[in-house]
Design a protein around this ligand. Sequence first.
Ligand code: ATP
Ligand code: MG
Length: 454
Amino acid sequence: MAIFRPHFPLFPPWKHKKERDSLQDRLPEGKLGACPHILTRPQHGISRRDMNPNVLKVLYRLVNAKFEAYLVGGGVRDLLLKKYPKDFDVVSNATPEQIRKLFTNCRLIGRRFRLAHIYFGKEIIEVATFRSNVPPQGAKEHEFKMESGMIVRDNIYGTIEEDAQRRDFTVNALYYNIKDFSVLDYTGGITDLNRRLLRLIGKPQERYQEDPARILRAIRFAAKLGFQLESQTRDAILETKHLLKQVPRARLFEEVRKLFGEGYAAPCFELLLEYDLFGTLFPQTYACLLQEGQRGKTYQLLNGMFENADERVVQQKPVTPAFFFAVLLWTVLSKQIAKHQRQKRKKWRSAFELVASDVLDQQMSCVAIPRHFVLRMKDIWFLQEVLVARDLNRILDCFHHSSFRAAYDLLTLRSQMEEEALREPVKWWTRFQSLSDEGRNAMIANLKRHSDMR
Ligand code: ATP
Ligand code: MG
């Protein structure tokens, strides 16, 4: 749902994860009941100026047509926290068909869970209809939940109260009402926001059973917001984490991508280790971590990579999953290659060909990595040896390879992690990149002279 990217900063973008904004003024706390706790406009800091103009157009068109329309989810939460929202989600009592009739630029997506996408050029505003997790009268329980408690149907329309109850965390269930600019809180989200607590709505164990991916969402939001997990929300992770294996592998890929690609990879990594979840996602890498002890080489490499990835997000540079997956599996791969070379006296390249697919297959049995990323990962790995060897005939091909930069970044990381022998090739490639064609040719000629002398 990463749809809205403003062209201007709503707030000065936070520079570093340690510099998180705190709530400037404490929001008034609310008592819970059937009625929502309401924060009026003067009681919260959300202004329409902070919102995407296209989101406002959608909200106004809906209310002008006599529907209810709210901003909900991370957009409201982040605005209250004076953070830069990643996207804005709109929710309404209008059905997808009613929404389509209102907007000519609208397409409905999803077969069962229907959502309206409203197009403004390249930008898409997503509008959902209030949903409920209460099965309609007379419906059979097993049509909605599997025996494990996992939800199989989530497409029943409901009221705003029901919609709030089916959301994940209290701080994600706050509704900004465009009619009177108030914020509606049905689950205690404002109190939790003030206390910097991440609390699942309802009974945590059941909510994780319904959708075990919420465990990873809990880790991601705790890292992103710098919030503590409320004690039952935390304890229930330990009781339900085995269910993560039931989450479709493609969905796990999307969750991993968000964990490591949104600027909070380093704290997410720490929390995954702390909650003993890392091994479920990356069993081979976890085995290396365990083998090497607490802060061994693999840990250093991963931590360095995640810190760099977070810095890239701050600088608004892309973070590709191909790179972080390649690094996540690098020590696994290189250990296996070394083993093959020792036992079967193979050259690096043929050992690599034998081992790489095996390492990937094992990883993909947990998290499905799309094929185009797998191909790039293989290139990044393969280029490691090419970068070190600097075979005269391959230097320019390697330099112009689409994965060169990512391969160079991995080599740099490796050289920083005590692989002394890699410092010289890294220095060479760093200089090579900084020069003109002429300078590069001179460096190649120099290498040739050295190899002729040997
Ligand atoms: P961000 O976009 O900053 O990552 P978000 O809270 O907006 O955070 P989204 O994945 O965009 O997260 O989802 C929007 C909202 O939909 C959430 O805030 C939450 O209310 C609801 N939601 C999303 N996924 C789930 C889920 N698995 N279970 C229950 N509610 C969910
Ligand atoms: Mg969102």
